[in-house]
Design a binder for this molecule. Structure first.
Ligand code: 4AD
Ligand code: MG
Length: 431
């Protein structure tokens, strides 16, 4: 049952060779005794010419009746033809319908965005969606390769948890056999436990945020690349972020060049070439205030603030040293100014905003207990997390990178949901 040839092979085949393709009928045009089909598979689209008298009569009848998005097997001869898309056409001898479309395919030109999202299970066939998913796969692969080559071990952490990592407001509740549990917002705490055995770890798995924010950059479920490193301070982890982000962009610029063309895009490695500017929160606040944004010291930047701020930059840039009130309790405080954290967010330029959040963790037992109390949290909920600081605790740091945020920026997508196979937003859990 294996396919022998793909559409991409047809483009590489010699003129006159015979080849058998399996794919789906993307479009159909009839000119009297000649029917043109655009045949699509995972590797591309090729024009198939079905001519009465050339292909057998049953095949011509099949082509006449066939509905869009039917699955077919086509055998034919490769012909170079500058008029065809890609310069190659398949002259059909034989066409067999493998799986007909039972009704008219509902997705056609001009349907609205909501219709496309409601029919995402069918829209996934579109060459543009296919291109984005291929790029996504390459992007994750590049990140994994770099991390593995640099001594990081991939670990898989639980999704069911019992206490918030990033604040209680965005937790999804789960009824867990009569107990209360949540969906994790980040696997950071499990990674912090893992570094005592593995030292350098990463995970690539979903995180969940019950965030009602209806922005172009918020999902309720997203894929989170998280990294944690033993014996690392803020500066060390910022270096890792810089190199990793550059490696991902540079890798895409080379490995995804042809696929990017389907989207009419080009990615240049220069757009993410280190070093990245570093801006302290207090400086960022000043920039925002000068632009007339009303925001006070201590408040976190939201989507609007980050959009305005990041329009001032051409390259990704770090914003560091946020006020401790604006960040989660686990952030290490700056010993030279304990009102701010040793943290760093990486913001994508030109209005996109945060793609990475991270920094140095509190490794001192007493300070951590104090910060949990100051934040009004229940120390019992964080018992095992605090316990890590009792036995051989050392400085350590890490970060989380949102895969869809990165794609949203690099592909200049109108909305982050286009980076997902089946997006999850406050308004959407179907299909
Ligand atoms: O800044 P965040 O909340 O940081 C953490 O979760 C840390 N515990 C990570 C760590 O240090 N291990 O989230 C990290 C990144 C953000 O920069 C963003 O890219 C992405 O996760 N992210 C989201 N992506 C899509 N939709 C959302 N609602 C997101 N929330 C965070
Ligand atoms: Mg953040």
């Amino acid at each position: 049952m294996f396919k022998k040839y793909y559409v991409k092979d047809a483009f590489l085949s010699e003129e006159g060779s015979e080849i058998e393709l399996i794919g789906w009928v993307r479009s159909k045009r009839r000119h009297g005794r000649l029917i043109f089909l655009d045949l699509r598979d995972s590797t591309g689209v090729i024009q198939v010419a079905v001519k009465q008298g050339v292909s057998d009569s049953k095949s011509f009848e099949n082509a006449l009746e066939i509905g869009l998005e039917s699955a077919v097997m086509v055998r034919g001869i490769i012909k170079k033809d500058p008029r065809a898309h890609g310069g190659v056409e398949l002259h059909c001898n034989n066409l067999k319908v493998l799986g007909p479309s039972l009704e008219d395919f509902p997705i056609r030109k001009g349907v609205g965005l909501k219709f496309l999202l409601d029919n995402r299970h069918l829209h996934l066939r579109s060459p543009k969606v296919v291109a984005i998913m291929k790029i996504r796969s390459i992007l994750m692969d590049i990140a994994r390769r770099w991390l593995r080559d640099n001594g990081f071990i991939e670990i898989n952490c639980p999704t069911f948890i019992t206490a918030a990592v990033e604040g209680g407001a965005t937790l999804f509740n789960v009824e867990y056999f009569g107990r209360k549990a949540y969906l994790t917002q980040s696997v950071q705490f499990y990674q912090e436990a893992a570094i005592y055995g593995l030292e350098k770890v990463y995970s690539l798995q979903p995180s969940f945020r019950a965030e009602l924010s209806r922005t172009r950059r918020h999902l309720t479920e997203f894929w989170h690349l998280e990294v944690e490193m033993a014996y690392a301070e803020l500066e060390d982890i910022m270096k890792i972020v810089e190199v990793l982000v550059y490696t991902m962009v540079d890798g895409l610029s080379r490995e995804a060049r042809d696929i990017l063309k389907v989207l009419g895009k080009e990615i240049k490695s220069e757009m993410a070439e280190p070093p990245y500017p570093r801006v302290k929160y207090s400086e960022a606040l000043q920039i925002l205030n000068n632009k007339g944004v009303q925001i006070n010291w201590g408040e976190d930047f939201g989507a609007d603030e980050e959009r305005i701020l990041s329009k001032e930059f051409e390259k990704p840039f770090f914003v560091t040293n946020y006020p401790k009130e604006a960040k989660a309790f686990y952030h290490m405080l700056d010993p030279t100014d304990p009102s701010v954290c040793l943290n760093a967010d990486l913001l994508a330029p030109k209005g996109y905003g945060e793609i990475v959040g991270g920094g140095q963790r509190i490794h001192d037992y007493h300070l951590l207990v104090e910060r949990i109390r100051e934040n009004g949290l229940n120390i019992e909920d964080y018992k095992w997390y605090v316990d890590l600081r009792r036995y051989g605790s050392i400085p350590h740091s890490g970060f989380g990178l949102g895969i869809e945020r990165m794609l949203w920026w690099l592909l200049e997508l109108p909305h982050i949901r286009s980076a997902c196979l089946f997006p999850r937003t406050p308004a959407r859990v179907y299909p």
